[in-house]
Design a protein around this ligand. Structure first.
Ligand code: ATP
Length: 215
């Protein structure tokens, strides 16, 4: 069984997030995707960060009654800063044998990985699916980066669009539909009094208004 993990600040969760993970779920035949809002992200000390409980609730409302997408509070209930490797290991333990785990991330997050805690263990434990925002296939940008910052020995396979390694899990590149929505853009629109209708699911819109977030 293939399962995806998708973490983010989700500040707020938006339609771009939904579209890209739906795309990856189908493309890779993932049975489920766990969405994991981060509590105190070690890489994103935010000034405009909505309370964790609200960000969690926004993701939850977005998938109400929908199968295959599960919102996890694993990083919210953990004390102290959350590190991806801890989350991966908790999921591996909970899901047991026979599960192929994949970590989904945007290319911005991927290029940030060298700063992540225990990055080598991450690449040994889970497959990575890097979501590329539209555009042409550009695996060239990844070759030297992977070689220099992750490990030597990855070989690109054009057919699978992935980097394979004898001792590590595969790093797949997945082009996702280009959707020009970001959480930053939504926060700015709210701050400037512009509408965010159509950019976020209805449940997210309601929470942002009710809790007066990002004003
Ligand atoms: P911010 O604008 O605050 O940086 P974000 O919209 O990128 O936020 P995150 O919570 O950081 O949202 O998103 C988690 C992951 O989803 C990131 O790796 C990001 O690259 C990816 N992502 C977010 N929006 C899109 C989008 N429209 N298309 C492709 N990837 C996206």
């Amino acid at each position: 069984m293939k399962i995806g993990l998708f973490g983010g600040t989700f500040n707020p969760f938006h339609n771009g997030h939904i579209r890209i993970i739906e795309h990856v779920k189908t493309a890779f035949g993932l049975e489920k995707i766990f969405l994991i809002p981060s509590a105190t992200p070690p890489h994103k000390p935010g000034t405009d960060l909505a309370p964790a409980q609200d960000r969690f609730e926004m993701v939850k409302q977005s998938f109400k009654g929908q199968e295959g997408f599960i919102v996890s509070d694993k990083e919210l209930i953990r004390k102290g800063p959350s590190f991806t490797i801890d989350t991966i290991e908790e999921f591996k333990k909970a899901l047991g044998e026979g599960v192929d785990l994949f970590l989904l991330m945007g290319s911005d997050a991927f290029f940030d990985i060298p700063t992540w805690r225990q990055k080598d263990r991450i690449f040994e434990s889970v497959g990575i699916i890097v979501m590329l925002r539209g555009g042409p296939k550009n695996h060239g940008a990844f070759v030297s980066f992977i070689d220099e910052y992750i490990s030597k020995g990855y070989i690109f396979n054009e057919q699978d669009n992935g980097f394979f390694h004898e001792k590590k899990q595969t790093i797949y590149l997945c082009r996702v539909p280009r959707i020009d929505i970001s959480s930053t853009m939504i926060r700015e629109r709210v701050k400037n009094g512009n509408s965010i209708e159509g950019l976020v699911p209805a449940g997210v819109l309601k929470i942002i208004h009710e809790k007066e977030l990002y004003q």
